[in-house]
Ligand binder design. Structure first.
Ligand SMILES: NC(=O)c1ccc[n+]([C@@H]2O[C@H](COP(=O)([O-])OP(=O)(O)OC[C@H]3O[C@@H](n4cnc5c(N)ncnc54)[C@H](OP(=O)(O)O)[C@@H]3O)[C@@H](O)[C@H]2O)c1
Length: 212
């Protein structure tokens, strides 16, 4: 798991809970938040640099800001990502002009595509970025049925991510495969609407359902 923020910690904790060994990566080994997480999460948990975490993982989760994700993945090292499923949870939020944030990339490109282009041997799957971190790892606490999206160029990688996401509590039929990695544009451009919904419904603890 690359990232020591709320998303990295939520996903890393859930992965340990469901029986995986997890290394949390950060810019520096011994990062205070990563050490605190690893101590609390128990024997299956470790921490280190982005490169150490990527090397240790069979599956890599990018849980860093979309604006810095390429830098993070360069630090992780192309060799440590080659052949691996790389789940991109990031959003391209740019707060440099204040709030609400703008998107650092959109319309004709996305963070997930830029990652796939720069790391062609990684098997990038965009997923989980359309819900807040509590919903990501505990979808059942919301009332009713609701949906998650995923996309990517590698069908086997998406199947592996679907298995993992099912372990997070998502019913398989709740996860809608939107197709190839260019679908990440829409998944990332949903976030401005998500941000307005937070204000409108008064909470970040919600999701949407696709009703046919
Ligand atoms: N918050 C949510 O519920 C939610 C929901 C859906 C999607 N997302 C997306 O998930 C991603 C993670 O969000 P987050 O709030 O958990 O974490 P975050 O604060 O966006 O990112 C934390 C990580 O970014 C690294 N980082 C920060 N600046 C860096 C730089 N200049 N170069 C390299 N690395 C840098 C930090 O490294 P160090 O550990 O070394 O400090 C840390 O590991 C974001 O893209 C966010 O938009 C968030």
């Amino acid at each position: 798991v690359l990232g020591t923020g709320v998303v990295g910690r939520a996903i890393a904790t859930k992965l340990v809970e469901i029986g995986h060994d997890v290394t949390m990566g950060s810019r520096t080994a011994g990062n205070e938040k990563a050490v605190e997480w690893a101590q609390a999460a128990g024997a299956r948990a470790a921490e280190g640099t982005f490169a150490q975490a990527a090397e240790a993982g069979e599956v890599v989760f990018n849980c860093t800001s979309g604006a810095v994700s390429l830098d993070v993945l360069r630090a992780a090292g192309a060799g440590n990502l080659a052949g691996k499923v790389l789940v991109d949870v990031s959003n391209p939020l740019d707060f440099s002009r204040g709030r609400p944030p703008t998107l650092s990339v959109c319309n004709t490109d996305s963070v997930a595509e830029s990652i796939q282009r720069e790391f062609p041997d990684a098997r990038v799957v965009k997923a989980l970025n359309t819900v807040n971190n509590q919903v990501m790892v505990d979808p059942g606490h919301l009332g009713g049925a609701h949906n998650l999206f995923m996309c990517g160029d590698d069908a086997a990688a998406k199947a592996q991510v679907l298995d993992l996401i099912e372990g997070f509590g998502w019913p398989r039929d709740a996860v809608i495969d939107l197709g190839d990695i260019t679908a990440a544009r829409g998944m990332e451009m949903y976030v401005p609407l998500w941000l307005r919904l937070v204000g409108a419904v008064g909470s970040a603890d919600f999701n949407i359902a696709v009703v046919r």
